[in-house]
Design a protein around this ligand. Structure first.
Ligand SMILES: [Zn+2]
Ligand SMILES: [Zn+2]
Length: 321
């Protein structure tokens, strides 16, 4: 099968052996459309080191091809995945808690910029039959934006989403749907010098500079929400945080089911955030465009599902939706 592989210091489109079902709960999925995320670009560019060779990609819409006897899926079902999978080996996993170091698809396990991928059933989610592939491939970013609701934010509070990018826009819409009425999103430069301080600040791209702005702009006892995944460690001014009694809350994902619901019902408008779909062969242009603009999601149109019947034909249409 064709796959974008990080190997020997670069990325190549390779023809590799397709993954196979190994465990009883494994699901073999045909990837239809996959989204390009910052994490994927970090891996492609070598900013986030991985064990090579590694197939990149973690956001996608697909169709079940086959599964193990205990997986509980059927061939032909439309699916997406939660890409952060419990390692099963850390102290927290062994004592029945949430995993301390989840394996991330496309980073620690092979990913979705490939025609096929195998994922344990616990991380596979059904998407509605009629949902456009770009929406189904956008479930993971929406679940990541929903994560801010895991932090104890006051809907009546004065909030700032820091960043002038797609994730800031998406996060703002998520908060609006959930009853927040006094939230602005802006880049650091756009915030007036004399703006009143904020009850909470959400970062969408953590750098030393953006976290300094977060700490400056929060009220004493204010809440800073960390949600981005920078490739390297970011320094913070601990003394300033202590002086102001700041609270910091890091969040990874909200419920994927809720993300699917919001996308299926149309309650969340996202069409303006969805960009062009490239062929896998065009990966250099796709990554370059993804790096150049943070305003629209770039996709790979990976494959059109086989069309043995009406259902398959419909899935084929979705590939181009
Ligand atoms: Zn992502
Ligand atoms: Zn673990």
């Amino acid at each position: 099968m064709r796959a974008l592989v990080r190997r020997a210091g670069g990325v190549r489109l390779e023809d590799i052996a397709p993954p196979r079902l190994q465990r009883d709960d494994d699901v073999l999925i045909q990837v239809v459309l996959a989204g390009v995320c910052r994490t994927d670009v970090y891996v492609a560019r070598g900013a986030l080191p991985v064990n090579e060779p590694r197939v990149i990609g973690h956001e996608f819409a697909g169709v079940v091809l086959a599964c193990g006897p205990a997986a509980g899926f059927r061939a032909g079902e439309r699916v997406t995945v939660d890409p952060a999978m419990a390692c099963g080996a850390c102290a927290s996993c062994r004592t029945g808690g949430a995993c301390a170091e989840p394996l991330f698809m496309g980073v620690q396990t092979d990913g979705a910029f490939a025609e096929q991928v195998v994922v344990p059933a616990a991380y596979v989610l059904r998407t509605p039959e009629g949902m456009a592939a770009k929406r189904a491939a956008y479930v993971e970013p929406v679940a990541a934006a929903l994560a801010v609701l895991n932090a104890p934010l006051d809907p009546a509070g004065r909030g700032l989403i820091l960043g002038d990018n797609r994730i800031a826009t998406l996060t703002g819409r998520i908060l609006a749907i959930h009853g927040f009425s006094d939230v602005t999103h802006a880049s650091a430069q756009e915030i007036p010098e004399d703006a009143a301080p904020f009850d909470f600040v959400i970062e969408t791209q953590a750098t030393a500079a953006s976290l300094a702005v977060m700490f400056d702009r929060l009220k004493p006892h204010g809440l800073g929400v960390l949600k981005s995944r920078p490739a390297a460690a970011v320094p913070i001014n601990v003394a300033q945080a202590v002086r102001k009694n700041l609270r910091l809350h890091a969040v990874a994902y909200g419920p994927f089911e809720r993300a699917i619901e919001l996308l299926a019902s149309g309650a969340l408008a996202i069409d303006d955030l969805l960009g062009e779909a490239f062929a896998l062969e065009d990966f250099e242009r796709a990554f370059a465009q993804s790096e150049a603009s943070d305003s629209a999601k770039i996709f790979f149109a990976v494959s059109a599902p086989a069309a043995p019947d009406a259902r398959g034909a419909q899935a084929g249409q979705l590939a181009h939706a």
